[in-house]
Ligand binder design. Structure first.
Ligand code: URP
Ligand code: ZN
Ligand code: ZN
Ligand code: ZN
Length: 463
């Protein structure tokens, strides 16, 4: 039996903050006890970690990553090896990535392909959602099988006609299926056909720079799609999870639905909380670094996102980590913003940026853990993750809340040649990371290994 004792820290979960010693045994949390209690004093361990002056928090759960995703004529630059290692550096010990159904192919083929990409390569535990690009009789039947084997959530796109797009009829059918089999529909809510018209008109007018990506993908078209997705889910009797919410008008749609008591949930991402259309407008094509969809919004939208995270109208912050190098990848869209591969890096930065949100007074410490660890684990059927409690997986981060750091591509571990947060000063940093009781990051030294991370079949969430 391997036992680790974490002493002297402040344990923070979504439910409480307490001075406690944490004992892990064979990969799980065995017990917590008050520091001076006779119980704690009787504990022996193979390894003792001194967390004096530090936070002891659950490992982060990032339920939105795209490793090795073919997109826009290239592929995201982090694969499962580099992406999960960067996650570990950033205090995230669970990722849920999106397997992709190619048009005209079976879900099974897509899921098998993602298993092959991940197996043996991950430093942290991982699960899969499935992107449905082609909803038909066959796909709908396969959804039941996938739910049964632990791939319990399905992303649909109201955007990207001709690529991932589903029409309202297909969306309704998939939602009806999910209502029956316990799956969760995740929605990319933007009105793609309308956006495509505006893209064509912008390019015809000679508006080719990155900032026009933000102008054509209008907040109103995110809100309209969010509203439509909510009504379709309501008709189907299915719960709905809207991914990468960025527009204040979309938050309002979610809030309205939740006031009606509907099982509607929303996720936002650090880029929408910390970056804006100012970044998209950076000169010399630098704005391409910030092209993602939904797009970055004018700064005014951020207040609504923070408010949503405090009130509970938004439940989760994940990264939508989908990195493309500036050199050679983002550059594909020089002269035509619609050809810039969509996506931002961030899997390594999420826990730190959200801690900075605590420092800045946007959210409390417990809310930090709720939106970054506990809620994503609960909502996506990962019962051993997102908390520090007896029986939970010993995925634990020793977090130093006082040390300052500067985010930079020069020091990050993501396989991408720029940082979306270059030069940003944040207070706090990940010091030590345990994944199922194994130390995978030890005070600035990576001690994990590809293949340590296990596939996590997920359970459908009861409703
Ligand atoms: O721009 C983004 N978000 N790229 C990743 C794919 C998606 O829509 O989530
Ligand atoms: Zn999306
Ligand atoms: Zn995504
Ligand atoms: Zn590259």
């Amino acid at each position: 039996m391997s036992r680790t004792l974490i002493r002297g820290g402040l344990v923070i979960t979504s439910a409480e903050e307490l001075r406690a010693e944490v004992l892990t045994e064979d990969g799980r949390v065995a017990a917590l006890a008050a520091p001076d209690s006779t119980i704690a004093q009787g504990w022996t361990a193979d390894r003792v970690i001194d967390a004096t002056g530090k936070y002891v928090i659950p490992g982060g759960v990032d339920v939105h990553t795209h490793f090795d995703l073919p997109f826009g004529g290239t592929a995201s630059s982090d694969d499962f090896t580099t992406g999960t290692r960067a996650a570990a550096w950033g205090g995230t010990t669970t990722v849920v990535d999106f397997a992709v159904q190619s048009r005209g192919r079976a879900l099974r083929e897509g899921l098998d392909a993602w298993h092959a990409k991940a197996e043996g390569n991950c430093s942290v535990d991982y699960g899969f959602h499935m992107i449905l690009s082609d909803v038909n009789e066959g796909t709908l039947k396969e959804m039941d099988q996938l739910v049964a084997e632990g791939c319990t959530s399905f992303k649909l796109f109201m955007a990207y006609p001709g690529v991932f797009y589903s029409d309202d009829g297909q969306i309704l059918r998939a939602m009806q299926r999910a209502a029956g089999n316990g799956g969760l529909i995740m929605m990319h809510a933007e009105n793609g056909p309308a956006i495509d018209v505006l893209v064509e008109q912008a390019l015809a007018a000679g508006h080719t720079e990155p900032r026009y990506h933000g102008e054509v993908r209008k907040a109103l078209l995110e809100a309209e799609a969010t509203h439509r997705a909510i009504q379709l889910a309501r008709v189907a009797g299915a719960p709905l999870y809207v991914v990468h919410v960025s527009a204040q008008e979309a938050v309002a749609e979610l809030a309205r639905a939740r006031r009606l008591g509907l099982p509607v949930f929303g996720e936002t991402c650090p880029q929408y909380l910390f970056l804006s259309t100012d970044n998209l407008a950076e000169p010399d094509f630098e704005g391409a670094k910030y092209v993602c969809s939904t797009p970055l919004r004018p700064r005014e939208h951020q207040a609504a996102l923070w408010r949503g995270l405090r009130t509970g109208d938004l439940q989760v912050v994940s990264t939508d980590h989908c990195p493309f190098c500036f050199s050679g990848q983002k550059e594909l869209g020089r002269g035509d913003f619609s050809k810039i591969p969509n996506g931002l890096p961030g899997v390594e930065n999420r826990m730190d940026l959200l801690h900075q949100a605590v420092v800045d007074g946007h959210i409390s410490r417990r809310r930090w853990i709720e939106i970054a660890c506990a809620a994503p684990a609960r909502m996506f059927g990962l019962p051993g993750k997102g908390t520090i409690a007896p029986g939970a997986d010993a995925d634990i981060v020793i977090y130093d809340p006082h040390t300052e750091q500067t985010l930079s591509a020069a020091t990050h571990h993501m396989n991408v040649d720029y940082s979306a947060y270059e030069g940003k000063r944040v207070t706090g940093r990940v010091e030590t990371v345990l994944s199922r009781g194994e130390v995978i990051l030890d005070r600035g030294k990576f001690t994990g290994r590809p293949g340590h991370g296990r596939y996590l079949p997920r359970t459908p969430v009861s409703r």
